[in-house]
Design a protein around this ligand. Structure first.
Ligand code: UTP
Length: 226
């Protein structure tokens, strides 16, 4: 089974929790030993947001802000792959071609951002496409996709299943600046065109990643539109 995991900012706050990362490393090692082929994409987290904030306040262009986000996400990837030791490919891929090449070595590949203008969630979708993953799991700090932002609206309802065209509509209404590409339209389009079964789950509970692979109904299933 080939799986792509995207680990968002919940795992990379300003003060990274070593214990939390250790839990993740242990779980990925177990999955790897069970024979699962893993590709992990790390986001830039809060540190990336800080760099982007300063760069933008200074008046730097958006592409430069994106580059800063990419660099930080690669640093997070390097931290995680180093912790995974010999179970991981020892380099962070810098292009989709490298993602594919490194993955063929059979070890866990850990990747950050690739190019300006989108999120690491889109990188995860593209990586899932090139390695022909069986599924894509987006781990975040919410327990699913809601009709409205659950952090703002009390009446927001959680969706168990949502069609890519519906998510696309929601994503298109969002902001589109460096640092704010959560569930960006590119990710959704890639999921749709390659029909990648995608799960949007709460990553704050480490075991949720195992549960979703075991077929438990948690989070939101993003169903590729036929
Ligand atoms: P992400 O926004 O993907 O980080 O990357 P994250 O921490 O995972 O965020 P959540 O949890 O999904 O919200 C940080 C920033 O780096 C730039 C973008 O500006 C992005 O917002 N980036 C990242 C790119 O421009 N291209 C990439 O391929 C990846």
């Amino acid at each position: 089974m080939k799986v792509v995991f995207k680990l968002g900012k919940f795992l990379f706050p300003l003060k990274i929790q070593t214990e939390k990362l250790k839990d993740y490393v242990k779980m990925f090692e177990e999955m790897f030993k069970e024979g699962k082929k893993l590709l992990i994409v790390t986001g830039g987290g809060e540190v990336a947001r800080e760099y982007i904030r300063v760069a933008r306040e200074y008046g730097l262009d958006e592409a430069t802000c994106d580059q800063l986000g990419i660099e930080v996400s690669r640093l997070n990837a390097y931290l995680l792959l180093s912790m995974l030791g010999e179970n991981a490919y020892p380099e962070v891929p810098k292009s989709l071609r490298e993602v594919k090449r490194f993955f063929h070595h059979g070890k866990i590949v850990v990747c950050g951002g690739l190019t300006p203008g989108h999120s690491t969630t889109a990188v995860g979708a593209l990586a899932a496409e090139v390695i022909r993953a069986d599924c894509y799991v987006i781990a975040t700090d919410v327990d699913g996709i809601y009709t409205r932002d659950p952090k703002i609206y009390k009446d927001a309802e959680k969706l168990e299943v949502v069609d890519t065209s519906e998510v696309f509509k929601m994503a298109s209404q969002g902001r589109f600046w460096a640092g704010t590409y959560e569930l960006d339209p590119l990710a959704i389009k890639v999921i749709e065109r390659s029909k990648i079964p995608t799960y949007f789950i709460d990553g704050r509970k480490t075991e949720n990643l195992k549960k979703v692979l075991a077929g438990e109904k948690i989070g939101t299933y993003i169903k590729p539109k036929q």
